[in-house]
Design a protein around this ligand. Structure first.
Ligand SMILES: NC(=O)c1ccc[n+]([C@@H]2O[C@H](COP(=O)([O-])OP(=O)(O)OC[C@H]3O[C@@H](n4cnc5c(N)ncnc54)[C@H](O)[C@@H]3O)[C@@H](O)[C@H]2O)c1
Ligand SMILES: [Zn+2]
Ligand SMILES: [Zn+2]
Length: 363
């Protein structure tokens, strides 16, 4: 039977979000209905509300979530009702060229639910990143549910569903950080701080955090940065060189989405080093670098989408590391809030006051 639940809706560009009744159909073939327990507020939700991602309003926001599978449709064998799952936006198809070549993290035919959730009057909703989890229940493709150890806290491990995974993977997978490496992370929001944690997990010995905001640099230290650089008062490139014996860092991670910061990351790396870009640019941004510097310095410039992760491979492992006390996901949760406080949380995020506000439901 179609469920009637509350959800956070962005009706029109730039307008404050509203809480509305939404209709969630029963799970059809290949789908699942998930009872959402927690969902983090990500910058991308705000981008949707601002019309920066598409103009397919109204959006059902929310996409960094964990919950309990309530119902599965025909043919679903990977999960069952009662399973504790983290939702993902990379349910790989297994059949496209990327999947067949053994690079499923580049899958270009990822699955979402086929049926639509709607407003009470039948208006079709666009769920953020194919998830839409600022709601008591949501409908997704079964492959968007990754079963993990149920002893984990939903508000912490739900964050693996987007920003934290993007940062961890930028260091561990895209940047391929290894034991003994030096790493510089530009921008210490949720994504950058996760990149710091990922660099440490991968064995980096020096992890330099760069930001303009001293509050963020303090947080970065808490996540294990060995050095911090306030780029509002210091030349970040010179500072990173000095901290790395004059060489530059092996891996520089841009977690802002700003061409000036990209340029700093480009020049702050050692010869043959890697720049990972995880910050999302806007369409008007341009890079202008002397080609001889690109050629002459060697190395790699690597964009990173969702940390090149494979949810089915990575989420259970990361949750195990969390439960063993080796990956502090609790530290990313600045506050827990009710469903009707998302708009306020956007403002706190814009003012730089939080790493993650997390909506907690049903408790
Ligand atoms: N590639 C992906 O798959 C993916 C996934 C999720 C988010 N993102 C993107 O990652 C970026 C960061 O996300 P977030 O949630 O951490 O955002 P955030 O706003 O919390 O953090 C950005 C940080 O950058 C700092 N900053 C701003 N300008 C700077 C500058 N010139 N030099 C140094 N630091 C500067 C800010 O003070 C802030 O601490 C965003 O662009 C977001 O859209 C990418
Ligand atoms: Zn595929
Ligand atoms: Zn996100």
């Amino acid at each position: 039977m179609t469920a009637e639940v509350k959800g956070v809706i962005a009706r029109a560009k730039g307008e404050p979000v509203t809480i509305e009744t939404i209709l969630v159909p029963d799970a059809g073939p290949g789908e699942a209905v998930v009872s959402v327990q927690a969902c983090g507020v990500c910058h991308t939700d705000l981008h949707y509300r601002e019309g920066g991602i598409s103009d397919e309003f109204p959006f059902l926001l929310g996409h960094e979530a964990a919950g309990i599978v309530e119902q599965v449709g025909a043919g679903v064998t990977s999960i069952a009702p009662g399973d504790f799952v983290v939702l993902n936006w990379r349910a790989v198809c297994g059949e496209c060229r990327a999947c067949r070549r053994g690079r499923p993290w580049y899958c270009f035919a990822t699955h979402n639910a086929t049926q639509k959730m709607t407003l009470a009057d039948g208006t079709v909703l666009s769920p953020a990143l194919g998830i839409g989890a600022f709601a008591e229940k949501t409908l997704v493709a079964a492959g968007q549910c990754t079963k993990v150890d149920a002893r984990a806290k939903p508000e912490s491990v739900g964050l693996l569903g987007c920003g934290v995974m993007a940062g961890l993977g930028a260091a561990m997978f895209t940047g391929d950080v290894g034991p003994g490496d030096s790493v510089a992370v530009f921008g210490c929001g949720g994504v950058g701080c996760a990149a710091i944690v990922g660099a440490r997990l991968a064995g980096a010995v020096k992890v330099i955090a760069v930001d303009l905001d001293p509050r963020k640099l303090e947080l970065a230290r808490g996540f294990g940065a060995t050095d911090v650089v306030d780029a509002s008062t210091t030349d970040a490139v010179a500072a990173i060189r000095e901290l790395t014996g004059g060489y530059g860092a092996d891996v520089c991670i841009e977690a802002v989405g700003n061409p000036k910061v990209f340029e700093q990351a480009f020049y702050a790396r050692d010869l043959a080093g890697t720049v990972v870009q995880v910050g999302v640019p806007t369409p008007d941004m341009r890079l202008d670098l002397p080609m001889i510097d690109f050629f002459g310095r060697g190395g790699r410039l690597a964009p990173s989408w969702y940390g090149d992760c494979l949810p089915s491979r990575d989420f259970p492992v990361l949750v195990d590391l969390y439960l063993q006390g080796r990956l502090d996901l609790d530290r990313f949760v600045s506050e827990t809030i009710p469903l009707d406080a998302v708009e306020d949380a956007f403002h706190r995020m814009e003012r730089g006051e939080v790493l993650r506000s997390v909506v907690v439901l049903g408790r």
